[in-house]
Design a protein around this ligand. Structure first.
Ligand code: F0G
Length: 372
């Protein structure tokens, strides 16, 4: 055999045995996909499960793990659901998709829509979208409409547009998490958690906005249990941003400048499903304050090297709060879902760092700046 043949042979072998698998192939048996579903993929899923040893010890929960969903292609968990929703829309002959968003859904819809070659329309609450998220949608060529209202207003508008079309014969598919394919795709994160741990964790902690993702994880854990792949399901712990409804009182919802705008939602679309997940698992859905969220956000980056977006840190903030109240068994295995990447929101990051040190372009200058 010539050397080039050997190399080609090796490469082919690698392609079949060592290639990165596709999420929808890996879990095809649990998903509503078939040979007719277009093979859409940007490499979603397979995100890291990080053992947070330092933070875990500090909180009093040494078996604390982080499901780092910021490592998805557009930097959030939305990609797991969007790949299924857009593939199914394509399969059904759709030419356009539409969504309301606090930023991550729109970034994901824009990317998968671009990849699928269909039009993407996003409706956003004006002035409340983190810089990175808005740019992601714009760069990918989505048509962005900013309304003078909140997320709930945007969702009401897009639901109506998707139901009725635009009146001149342009059907659009709604890809918010009320689209059932979104939750089907997002449940794969629960499968990965079980696969990585060799069983279900004792607790699964997660930020709650529209309550789609907590519902999707519960579906995933239930599917795996029903298939006999795990014996138990975790206690589900959901955390809303203080000020969001319906469980939190005392704060108005209009907090455009707050840190967790991604999950500050007045009327969560999947609330009943989330309540079922909470009650069937013996769990809780509680609120965490901006201060608690920011503390967790900073500590995750500083002690674990995991930079997530502020809303994501609600899961760790909530676990820290419950652990301090003695509500969590210290020996328990806890998985905190970190739903988005820190680079989504450079403005919050900037407000939470020490300034850079200025120095002359010399060794002496840098030494002096460091105070050595
Ligand atoms: N974490 C982040 C970073 C989010 O962007 C969202 C929701 C959630 C958690 C909550 O997930 O809605 O399924 O309970 N973001 C939506 C959006 C609303 O438009 O990007 P949920």
């Amino acid at each position: 055999m010539r050397m080039s043949d050997v190399l080609r042979h090796l490469r082919q072998q690698q392609a079949t045995t060592g290639a990165r698998p596709r999420l929808l192939h890996r879990y095809a048996g649990f998903l509503p996909v078939s040979a007719d579903t277009p093979p859409l993929s940007l490499g979603e899923g397979f995100t890291p499960l990080v053992h947070a040893r330092t933070l875990g010890r500090a909180i009093g929960c040494p078996e604390l793990f982080l499901k780092y969903e910021g490592m998805n292609p557009t930097g959030s968990f939305k990609d797991r659901g969007m790949v299924v929703a857009v593939a199914k829309a394509l399969e059904a002959g759709a030419k356009a998709v539409i969504c309301a968003s606090t930023g991550n859904t729109s970034a994901s819809a824009a990317a998968y829509g671009a990849s699928a070659g269909i039009e993407v329309i996003v409706v956003l609450p004006a002035g409340r979208i983190a810089a990175g998220k808005l740019l992601q949608a714009q760069v990918a060529g989505a048509r962005v409409v900013a309304i003078d209202g909140n997320f709930d207003d945007a969702l009401r508008v897009v639901r109506e547009l998707a139901a009725n079309g635009d009146g001149i014969g342009h059907p659009v598919t709604l890809v918010n998490s009320v689209n059932p394919y979104r939750l089907e795709g997002q449940k794969t994160a629960a499968f990965e958690v079980c696969d990585d741990l060799g069983g279900a964790p004792d607790y699964l902690a997660i930020p709650v906005g529209n309550a789609g993702n907590i519902s999707a994880y519960w579906m995933g854990f239930t599917d795996y249990r029903d298939a006999g792949l795990v014996e138990t399901r975790p206690v589900m712990l959901g955390f809303q941003a203080a000020g969001a409804a319906p469980i939190v009182e005392g704060h108005p919802i209009e907090h455009p400048e707050t840190v967790a705008t991604a999950i500050r939602i007045g009327n969560p679309a999947s609330w009943e499903k989330a309540v079922r997940a909470r009650d069937e698992s013996g769990g809780r859905i509680e609120a965490v304050t901006d201060e608690q969220i920011l503390d967790a956000y900073r500590d995750l980056a500083r002690y674990e090297g995991v930079f997530c977006e502020p809303a994501s840190a609600a899961s760790v903030a909530g676990v820290r709060k419950l652990a301090a109240e003695g509500a969590i068994d210290p020996g328990a295995t806890i998985v905190c879902v970190l739903t988005g990447h820190g680079l989504k929101d450079p403005d919050t990051a900037r407000r939470n760092v020490v300034p850079t040190l200025a120095a002359a372009p010399t060794v002496e200058g840098v030494v002096e700046a460091l105070g050595w």
